[in-house]
Structures are given as structure tokens and as C-alpha cells.
Design a binder for this molecule. Structure first.
Ligand code: PEP
Length: 238
């Protein structure tokens, strides 16, 4: 899954989407999706409809409609054919003060709108260095898991250590696997072992295969490398 963040223009997206559509067959059996800025949802829908690549957004409102200037409701994303929506990306948590509970509320709002929330979790560098990774992950997961097994079974999770996002510093496959295994254990405890857990943080074509070789890493959430069609498709192929 590509996260375009706040990148793109109609012209640049056209090149990227055309490249993705032209090469989508190289992704084999892998499910491929892009999460684009709100204004480009119509463009993604027009370019990707009928193909194998699905699309989504990077955030949504907890509210269904009303006087919430600047917000975008899940039903609006569904209107544009979105299948996915990111919730709780570390940039939203850090720059927009999104709490663990708000992220869970957004995941619930996404499900209500018929979207699959991709719930992003991950620790900061200082949390990692002080040995708090497990506690941070458990704290971020708690309100989401409290939504119950039926809801969680319809979600995707993305473990994204904040220190690895956009830094070029990737978690080693073993580091990522150990956190994924802990997340998996929580999901197993809830009775939903099959939920997909993506890894995110400086994933590139050159490191994707070693990450995907890990038993609990089911795919990737890709930022920078998702902006170049050939690179993104090489990750999908891996
Ligand atoms: C992301 O934005 O979710 C991300 C993982 O970014 P990057 O791949 O650039 O580290």
C-alpha cells in the first residue's frame, strides 16, 4: 500500500498512475493499493477503476456529517470508490495531536462507512531507545482492540516505527518481526489471527524481500518509494 502523503499534482499523478497500471501485472498475486490526498480521489478513481489496484485516503473524520469545516466523512470517501483509509499515521498523531482513542474512533467510523481502516501504530525513537516499544504498541492498540473481534477482523494494521519513517533507517527484519509477533499475539488473544499486519518505514525494493520473508509481516505501507511507479511495483513484486 502506497501512502502518497501530501505529494502530487494532477500531472505528476497521471504519470504515476499510468505507470502503475502499465506494470500492475508484475505485482503477481499481491494486492496493491494507493492512499492519495483527498483532492485526487476522483483522479485515482478515474484512472484505476476496473483494474487490479485499489485506492484509499489518508485520514477521515469521526463524524458522519455536519458542521465540521475542513473535515471529510467516511461516506464521502466511499462515494469516490475508496476501499481503504489510513488512521493514526504517526504524522497525524504527532502533528495533529490525534490520541489513541481518536484513532480507534476513526477506525470505527471507517468501518461504519464500509471502508477498511489501516490502523497505524509505532513507537518514537526515544520510546524505542528507552525500551518502551512493547508498552507503546499495547497502549495504542488497546482502544482499537476494545472495538471487539468482529470489528478488528475487518481491519488492517501497519507497524511503523516513527524513527524509520522517511529517515532511510529501516527496522531490521528481525526487529520488525518481533513487534509484529507481539501484535499478532494480541490479535490471536482476541480471536482474529488472520488480520494483516503491514510494516512501514523506509521500505524500498532493495529491502522489501527480506522484510516480507518474516512470518508475521504480511505486506508494506510505503511512503517515499510509492511515488515512483517502477520502485513501488518492484516492492509489490517482492
Ligand atoms: C509512511 O509514510 O507511512 C512511510 C512508511 O514512509 P516512508 O516509506 O517514506 O518511510
Amino acid at each position: 500500500m502506497g501512502n502518497w502523503k501530501m505529494h502530487g499534482s494532477l500531472a505528476k499523478n497521471a504519470t504515476l498512475l499510468t505507470g502503475l497500471c502499465a506494470g500492475e501485472a508484475t505485482a503477481g498475486h499481491c494486492e496493491v493499493a494507493v492512499c492519495v490526498p483527498f483532492p485526487y480521489l476522483a483522479q485515482a478513481q478515474a484512472e484505476l477503476s476496473g483494474g487490479a489496484i485499489s485506492w484509499g485516503a489518508q485520514d477521515l473524520s469521526v463524524h458522519e456529517q455536519g458542521a465540521f469545516t475542513g473535515e471529510v466523512a467516511g461516506s464521502m470517501l466511499a462515494d469516490f470508490g475508496c476501499k481503504w483509509v489510513l488512521v493514526g499515521h504517526s504524522e497525524r498523531r504527532a502533528l495533529h495531536a490525534e490520541s489513541d482513542q481518536l484513532v480507534a474512533d476513526k477506525a470505527a467510523a471507517a468501518l461504519k462507512a464500509g471502508l477498511t481502516p489501516v490502523v497505524c501504530i509505532g513507537e518514537t525513537l526515544s520510546e524505542q531507545e528507552s525500551g518502551q516499544t512493547a508498552q507503546v504498541i499495547a497502549r495504542q492498540l488497546a482502544p482499537v482492540l476494545a472495538l471487539g473481534a468482529d470489528s478488528v477482523a475487518k481491519m488492517v494494521f501497519a507497524y511503523e516505527p516513527v524513527w524509520a519513517i522517511g529517515t532511510g533507517r529501516t527496522a531490521t527484519p528481525e526487529q520488525a518481526q518481533s513487534v509484529h509477533a507481539a501484535i499478532r499475539a494480541s490479535l490471536v488473544d482476541l480471536g482474529v489471527p488472520q488480520v494483516r499486519i503491514l510494516y512501514g518505514g523506509s521500505v524500498k525494493a532493495s529491502n522489501a524481500a527480506s522484510l516480507f520473508a518474516m512470518s508475521d509481516i504480511d505486506g508494506a505501507l510505503v511512503g517515499g518509494a510509492a511515488l515512483v511507479a517502477e520502485e513501488f511495483l518492484r516492492i509489490a513484486a517482492a
